[in-house]
Design a protein around this ligand. Structure first.
Ligand SMILES: Cc1cc2nc3c(=O)[nH]c(=O)nc-3n(C[C@H](O)[C@H](O)[C@H](O)COP(=O)(O)OP(=O)(O)OC[C@H]3O[C@@H](n4cnc5c(N)ncnc54)[C@H](O)[C@@H]3O)c2cc1C
Length: 442
């Protein structure tokens, strides 16, 4: 039976391991940490349920839905309450609902009349001929106008990438948006066409005990015996007979292939045939720090109805936090009776220094923001603090060269494949889909 070694037990590594095992390969997973799931972790403490990293999956791919079902998760999925359709943006210090339809957009006071007029003119703007890479800011300002950038796209980029639109590449970070202009000549025209195609909008999901149910289901199927925890891979050696040997501090393992499912920057810490990989460009892939703060409050200590998904803060509003999910409004059983759970995101590429502050400083500045936006008065009844010193890879301008470097590495070492959120999209769905694609090609 062919042996395959997998480095990293995040969702990319676990997906690959699970699918390869189903195809009859003898797999071993090496994880440097003490648990599986990577950034996907959940904990129930009393009646609160805290997520350490991601909170929801946008189930937008039938192949991934089938994969969830095959893991026995079909009946475990939970969907957000109806109120989740309301999403707030902070505008001049107040929460304003983001308009979700054209009539709501025309009525909304989130954007001034000139911004609405500018947006409606978008189909008349000729598409760009130059092939020079654009940032998200440049693309959005050119096509949709500055106000849409400041009060819709800027907070959205903070909510998805913890990123900055003036740094990220539209082509690599939001390829679908980029392609609308290329294919239809206009973002609005493209969206109308896509709506006409009758595709159902993807569903947002979680699980009763949080997202960690997903990696745990894979861990069970892989069999914990095949997963080594506290096992940091430091060396990979390829010999001429086509064997690969991987080395951790205290063990060696021989396989015929290796799948690296760690991080882009981590690749340079592994020695291949005794040498560090000669691709210094990988050191430039920026993973900004993000702190995730889950706070419980008595319901009576918050004035806002919390009727919605949560709120995002545009950079112009100069807040401490990037955004907040109304976690107990979204899903049942996330907080005790008469209490609520909020999940707050802090730092990112916009304000990395905020994420690196002490717990006490972060909690205090966060409560200041929650007081002004939601009317929070009391002290938290529950706190869960997670600091990710390196969170999400930023697909910045020039990311195409990093992608070329990944392809070169795979060409140079035929038996090494690279998967993970640094390849073809940072979302959970994109990460799973890329792992599925790579496994199918083996
Ligand atoms: C705070 C936060 C919130 C997010 N929210 C969402 C969300 O709501 N929805 C969404 O779709 N996406 C979200 N994301 C993005 C998504 O969660 C991640 O992109 C995805 O989970 C990454 O999976 P991965 O397997 O590629 O990487 P990781 O989860 O980083 O896993 C990589 C694993 O490899 C291990 N490893 C690395 N090097 C070695 C080595 N040398 N030896 C052994 N092990 C090694 C690491 O310890 C780690 O466990 C969020 C991300 C963060 C950080």
């Amino acid at each position: 039976m062919k042996k395959i070694a997998i480095v990293g037990a995040g969702i990319a590594g676990l997906t690959a391991a699970c699918l390869l095992k189903r195809r009859g390969y003898d797999i071993r997973v090496f994880e440097q940490g003490t648990n599986v799931g990577g950034v996907m972790r959940s904990v129930r403490e009393g009646e609160y349920l805290a997520e350490f990293g991601p909170n929801t999956i946008l189930e937008s791919s039938p192949e991934v839905s089938e994969f969830f079902n095959s893991l026995g998760l079909e009946n475990r999925k939970v969907y957000p309450e109806n109120c989740a359709k309301i999403r707030y943006i902070v505008c001049r210090g107040k929460l304003v609902a983001l308009p979700m339809s054209p009539p709501a957009f025309l009525k909304s006071n989130l954007f001034p009349p000139r911004a609405k007029f500018r947006l409606l003119c978008e189909p008349l703007i000729p598409s760009r001929k130059s092939r020079k890479e654009e940032t998200i800011s440049q693309f959005v300002k050119r096509r949709l106008g500055k106000e849409i950038l400041d009060y819709a796209i800027n907070p959205f980029v903070a909510g998805t990438y913890a990123g900055r639109p003036d740094k990220l590449s539209i082509e690599h970070a939001f390829p679908k948006l980029h392609n609308l202009e290329k294919e239809y000549g206009s973002v609005i025209r493209g969206q109308i066409q896509m709506k006409k195609s009758g595709r159902k909008p993807p569903k947002i999901i979680s699980f009763p005990n949080g997202l960690e149910e997903f990696p745990q289901a894979m861990y069970k199927e892989i069999n914990p015996q095949n997963v080594y925890l506290n096992a940091k891979v430091e060396n990979i050696n390829f010999d001429k007979s086509g064997k690969v040997e991987i080395e951790t501090v205290d063990q060696k393992y021989q396989a015929s292939k290796i799948i690296y499912a760690g991080t882009a920057y981590g690749l340079r810490n592994i020695k291949i045939n005794k040498e560090p990989l000669d691709f210094p460009i990988l050191d430039k892939v920026y993973y900004p720090p993000v702190t995730v703060l889950c706070l419980g409050f008595k319901r009576s200590d918050i004035k806002h109805s919390l009727n919605g998904f949560g709120f995002l803060v545009p950079e112009k509003e100069q807040a401490f936090v990037l955004g907040t999910l109304f976690s107990s409004s979204l899903f049942n059983n996330r907080a005790p009776k008469d209490h609520v759970l909020l999940t707050v995101f802090i730092g990112g590429a916009r304000q990395p220094q905020h994420a690196l502050q002490t717990k006490r400083e972060v909690v205090s500045s966060t409560i200041y923001d929650l007081n002004r936006y939601l009317g929070v008065t009391g002290q938290p009844t529950y706190t869960h603090f997670t600091k990710w010193e390196k969170s999400i890879p930023q697909y910045e301008i020039g990311y195409g060269d990093c992608k070329k470097a990944f392809a070169h590495i795979e060409q140079k070492y035929h038996d090494l494949r690279l998967i993970g959120n640094y390849r073809e999209g940072v979302s959970i769905i994109d990460t799973i889909r890329y792992a599925q694609k790579v496994v199918a090609s083996i």
